[in-house]
Design a protein around this ligand. Structure first.
Ligand code: ACO
Length: 287
């Protein structure tokens, strides 16, 4: 469709394959699928869920929220449901909110989902963007636990001065991005965000067992790991298989890392992300 090559895409992005949803699949379908897995793995009843937060910038509709469709799909009748719009940083925004709501004592069980169908907003004639994105979803059940486990520190931020570097063109209904600028911002902002939670928790980089960065581009991931001083083997990478799934990358990567045994009970994990907005966030958690 565009003037590009497999070699260019592999070299400049690290992506070699990705998943594209069929036309009749909605973002909520992917989110429901992921949510069911999370509920099963957490051994909870969907009726225990008190809040559903779905991070997405590709909702099924402007309203109702994708979270309400997820609620219906999983039968979580007792939950409040809403979407979070923070682009690729959305899942960590969701974790930060869930952490705060649970610490407030008002909630015990919150489902956080990150899901996107980016292919619907990709301009398939624009080689600068159409090679980058994939579709996917992931979900996590967040519950109160003892202080030594779970989310130890969390930080989110944004800067609307950069709103124009990466946006949805409303006339075209397609993504437009200044790739080079976004690249530079990501390489600067993700290490800064990561350092924030390390300082909050008084933890040093050497203590981290696995860094799980937003999966947008292999070169960005490697630069972030290098700037933080993380050895390459402690940096989780799966952008090669899925491309950039925006709000879903970090939770898909976390799930895979656990399944592969790269992240084990007791491990200290550092999650970090950035996205359109600009938005960014980081989470330090003990599995
Ligand atoms: N195939 C072949 N050539 C291409 C392609 C392609 N798919 N895309 C761009 N090029 C060309 C450009 O036109 C340019 O040609 P020119 O020099 O003749 O103008 C050349 O390759 C180099 O372009 P750059 O933009 O400098 O390439 P760069 O090395 O920066 O890689 C990329 C581009 C992959 C987009 C990179 O900048 C990147 O990954 N940026 C970050 C994107 C991102 O992370 N977005 C996440 C946010 S999305 C969200 O939050 C919703």
């Amino acid at each position: 469709m565009v003037d590009t090559s497999d070699e260019w895409i592999r070299q400049r992005t690290g992506i070699s394959e990705r998943r594209i949803a069929e036309d009749d699949v909605a973002t909520s379908d992917l989110c429901i699928h992921a949510a069911r897995w999370a509920i099963k793995n957490a051994h909870i009843d969907p009726l225990d869920i008190e809040m559903i937060l779905v991070a997405t910038v590709t909702p099924d509709r402007f309203f109702p929220s994708t979270a309400c469709y997820v609620q219906k799909g999983i039968g979580a009748k007792n939950a409040a449901a809403m979407d979070i719009s923070a682009a690729c940083a959305g899942f960590l925004y969701g974790l930060d909110l869930a952490d705060g709501l649970i610490r407030s004592g008002r909630y015990n069980t919150i489902l956080v989902v990150g899901g996107e169908i980016f292919n619907k907003i990709v301009d398939w004639n624009d080689r600068n963007t159409c090679v980058l994105f994939g579709d996917g979803a992931g979900a996590a059940v967040v519950q109160a636990t003892d202080e030594s486990k779970g989310i130890l520190a969390s930080y989110i931020g944004s800067d609307g001065d950069y709103a124009d570097v990466d946006l949805l063109d409303q006339k075209l209904d397609k993504i437009q991005m200044n790739g080079r600028e976004v690249f530079k911002l990501g390489v600067r902002l993700m290490p800064e965000a990561a350092q924030r939670v390390l300082r909050q928790a008084n933890v040093s980089v050497e203590d981290i067992d696995l860094l799980i960065p937003h999966q947008a581009n292999l070169r960005i991931i490697e630069a972030v790991g290098d700037r933080l001083g993380m050895p390459r083997e402690k940096v989780y990478i799966n952008v090669d298989k899925y491309g950039n799934t925006s709000a879903a990358t970090v939770i898909i990567a976390l799930d895979e890392a656990i399944r592969e045994g790269r992240a084990k009970p007791g491990d200290l994990l550092l999650l970090v992300t950035f996205g359109a907005g600009l938005t960014w966030g980081s989470t330090l958690l003990r599995l």
